[in-house]
Design a protein around this ligand. Structure first.
Ligand SMILES: NC(=O)c1ccc[n+]([C@@H]2O[C@H](COP(=O)([O-])OP(=O)(O)OC[C@H]3O[C@@H](n4cnc5c(N)ncnc54)[C@H](O)[C@@H]3O)[C@@H](O)[C@H]2O)c1
Length: 263
């Protein structure tokens, strides 16, 4: 008699573009069935990522979810479980960045940043942990932090505070969930060329009167490895965190930033 191991599965938020898209493609390439989750407004792009995975022989479904809504996150996890037969890896990747001096940061900007980057990750961690505990076969919970969760830069008060908090929450969750065989870790990228960093570049260039693109290029001066980061540089680290090789690591933040900051 032969027994087959069920296919592991991963739900990735903010997966319609940028780092999340690269993570979805990478984990699907690693053999996991994935859910490409993103805002309803990004559904066409999420459909495209899921179709790309399917065309390459992988298993993927698109899901529409706003991570700021706890009920919507619970529903997305339920949809994922129905489609893939369980949940093994949650990648709480969705995030936003505002680039504003502290004295100009509005209450609304502060709240939106915390709603998406912190409460959004909390909703994903909680829903995933509840499902994984019920399944009783362990799991991996992985959250998007940032090099700014270790060392904040200028104009990042809200963003950096939200990312420091993700690390704190992950350390607490790691201790609570260890007895269930669930690990909780973060990835902390540096300057990744995605639409998010294009918007940061635009905000900085406008403020300083510099040329579009110049602020991102200027970061090369503080990146020892001498090039901007790609979404695939991050996806490789997430692939490791989701793999059996990372079984003994929990509560950590892996900084993957070309050497900008030493944790
Ligand atoms: N780009 C970088 O240099 C960098 C550096 C460090 C950390 N990060 C973090 O990595 C993650 C991904 O960044 P990125 O550069 O790919 O960003 P991005 O802006 O290119 O993509 C983010 C994705 O998240 C989705 N999203 C936004 N709000 C959402 C919500 N409420 N619910 C569901 N989805 C939502 C967007 O629709 C988008 O598809 C973020 O958490 C970000 O803070 C990025």
């Amino acid at each position: 008699m032969t027994t087959s191991t069920p296919q592991r599965s991963a739900l990735i938020t903010g997966a319609a573009r940028g780092i999340g898209r690269a993570i979805a493609l990478r984990l699907a390439g690693d053999g996991l069935a994935v859910s490409v989750a993103d805002l309803g407004s990004a559904r066409a792009a999420a459909d495209g990522v899921a179709a790309e995975i399917t065309a390459a022989g992988g298993t993927a479904i698109p899901l529409s979810v706003d991570v700021t809504d706890p009920d919507a996150v619970d529903a997305a996890v339920a949809d994922h479980v129905e489609a893939h037969g369980g949940l093994d890896v949650m990648v709480a990747n969705a995030g936003i960045a505002i680039t504003v001096p502290l004295v100009e940061t509005t209450a609304a900007q502060w709240k939106t940043t915390m709603d998406v980057n912190l409460a959004g990750v909390f909703h994903c961690y909680r829903a995933a942990a509840q499902q994984m505990i019920e399944q009783g076969r362990g799991g991996r919970i992985i959250g998007a932090a940032s090099v700014a969760s270790h060392r904040a830069g200028k104009f990042q008060a809200a963003y950096s505070a939200s990312k420091f908090a993700v690390r704190g929450m992950s350390q607490s969750a790691a201790q609570e969930l260890a007895e269930h065989g669930i690990t909780v870790n973060c990835y902390s990228p540096g300057v990744v060329h995605t639409p998010m960093w294009e918007s940061i570049d635009q905000a900085l260039a406008q403020r300083k009167g510099t040329e579009l693109g110049s602020e991102m290029q200027a970061m090369l001066g503080v990146i020892p490895l001498g090039r901007l980061e790609t979404p695939n540089d991050v996806a490789g680290v997430v692939s490791f965190l989701a793999s059996p090789d990372a079984a003994y690591m929990t509560g950590q933040s892996i900084v993957v930033d070309g050497g900008m900051w030493f944790s």
